[in-house]
Design a protein around this ligand. Sequence first.
Ligand SMILES: [Zn+2]
Length: 128
Amino acid sequence: MSDSNIILKIIAIIVFVVLTFFGVVYILASPVDPTQTVLRLIIGVLLIIIAITLLVIILRLIQRTKYKIVKVKEPKDLEEETRYVPSEMICKNCGTPLEISEEMKKKEIVYCEKCGEAIKLPKDKVKW
Ligand SMILES: [Zn+2]
């Protein structure tokens, strides 16, 4: 989790605690003044509902940003660095021209079809 997400989470929890606290205070204070009992009960319950809603929304936002970060990072990390391999090579042992297929290019070493000589494929990233 990134620092901004931790700060956001702390703010969400503080807001939640403060709103819930005021909500409880309103509900507890409602019997004191009989003319405002119903109003204070409504405000108290509303404050608690708002507090829970805000907490859920912010925690969901954090979850969403987390997903985004993962999605951006994954494809680049998984993709291997592409190396340039020529599609044709000549065997150093017998001089037979060898066709290097896409499947063979992934390997480090290929073998000559005629004499079986092991040929190490170049690892250069630069085309020539
Ligand atoms: Zn050969």
